[in-house]
Design a protein around this ligand. Structure first.
Ligand SMILES: CC(C)(COP(=O)(O)OP(=O)(O)OC[C@H]1O[C@@H](n2cnc3c(N)ncnc32)[C@H](O)[C@@H]1OP(=O)(O)O)[C@@H](O)C(=O)NCCC(=O)NCCS
Length: 190
């Protein structure tokens, strides 16, 4: 008999630091999760696709448009990602080429640096986190029309996970990445 896997309860917790300029301290839970994600890494061969929080969290901290989040499962940090609400970087120009309005490009949230820590992979956590992303994107950018991401064409595992959990393939390729062509995936929010 095949056992059906129970979906783990997963929460996406914003771990932005309130005010970098004043050095304002994060609340204790956020501070603890920030420490915990710094210790999380994907598999070594996956790192070229997502990076790891040790490198990508400091970059997000310096960018007012980027909100880093922890994927929290049973109170523990199991993964990491960043929601980028900045207007229209190159990646997104391709995504919404067919969706621009006369008043300009539509607001889109870009998912960056997303991964589940190697010890947590394969348990349904990534899938649950992906399904929770639209709500987090709407919070990050009220009025957003879509959530988008680019995923390397060699990264078949993550591509399968994104498509299985709700993203649609736009059929476009983003060619500007360092590691080769990337599929552009999109989740409509309207
Ligand atoms: C992609 C990733 C987030 C998936 O997380 P995970 O916790 O291992 O995934 P889950 O166990 O929740 O599986 C989610 C779904 O994806 C599918 N999936 C996961 N890995 C897969 C693989 N290697 N090949 C095919 N399908 C896969 C699962 O079958 C599952 O589908 P289902 O819900 O229909 O059963 C994780 O593998 C990861 O962190 N990869 C490295 C970083 C990365 O590539 N990030 C993307 C950058 S764009």
């Amino acid at each position: 008999m095949t056992q059906s896997r129970t979906t783990p309860l997963v929460e996406l917790v914003d771990i932005s630091v309130p005010d970098q300029a004043t050095g304002h301290l994060a609340e204790p839970r956020v501070a603890r999760l920030r420490d915990a994600v710094l210790a999380l890494a994907p598999r070594a061969d996956q790192e070229e696709f997502s990076g790891r929080a040790r490198d990508t969290l400091p970059v997000a901290d310096q960018d007012p448009y980027r909100s880093p989040f922890a994927i929290v499962c049973d109170g523990d940090a199991a993964g990491f990602g960043v929601l980028d609400v900045q207007g229209y970087p190159d990646e997104l120009a391709a995504v919404d080429a067919g969706h621009a309005s006369p008043s300009g490009p539509v607001p889109v949230v870009l998912l960056r640096a997303f991964y589940v820590g190697v010890a947590w992979q394969g348990r349904g956590i990534g899938g649950a986190a992906i399904r929770a992303l639209p709500e987090a994107a709407r919070k990050a950018l009220p009025g957003a029309r879509a959530l988008a991401l680019t995923v390397n064409v060699r990264n078949t595992g993550a591509t399968a996970a994104y498509l299985a959990c709700g993203f649609a393939d736009t059929g476009r390729l983003y060619l500007g990445g360092d590691a080769g062509p990337q599929h552009v995936l999109r989740w409509a929010l309207d």
